[in-house]
Design a protein around this ligand. Structure first.
Ligand code: ZN
Length: 124
């Protein structure tokens, strides 16, 4: 999301040079920058002792394909906490370890995905 108006006071934003950030939307009334916002979510490949991966059927994501555990981060939550929460919500499992693999930027949805490793081990 790119701000054109301040969400707090409604003033039209102006571009202002801020350090090495370059031209940044700036609220002249509140005297603060409003950086572009985007969603962040986790995706995790959960594997059991037989190397079987958890593939979910979630019609609101796809009618055709299954998907891995994933979910949006909420304010105040780390990526690891989000991954643990989503795995527990979607699979009912507590994970004992998480390994960050990679992050992906999904341009079409302006979404940052944070991927955790297939080396996840579960405990009941
Ligand atoms: Zn403002």
């Amino acid at each position: 999301m790119r701000f054109h108006y301040c969400p707090d006071c409604g003033s039209k934003l102006k571009l202002r040079q801020i350090g090495d950030e370059g031209d940044t939307p700036w609220c002249p009334q509140c005297q603060r920058p409003l950086f572009d916002q985007f969603y962040t979510c986790i995706i995790a490949l959960v594997v059991n002792d037989r190397d079987e991966a958890a593939i979910l059927r979630q019609g609101y994501i796809s009618q055709q394909y299954g998907n891995l555990v994933s979910g949006y981060m909420v304010p105040g939550e780390t990526a690891e906490e989000c991954a643990r929460r989503e795995i527990e919500e979607e699979l009912g499992l507590c994970v004992s370890g998480l390994e960050l693999v990679k992050t992906w930027w999904m341009e079409q949805r302006e979404l940052l995905m944070i991927g955790f490793s297939p080396g996840l081990r579960t405990r009941s």
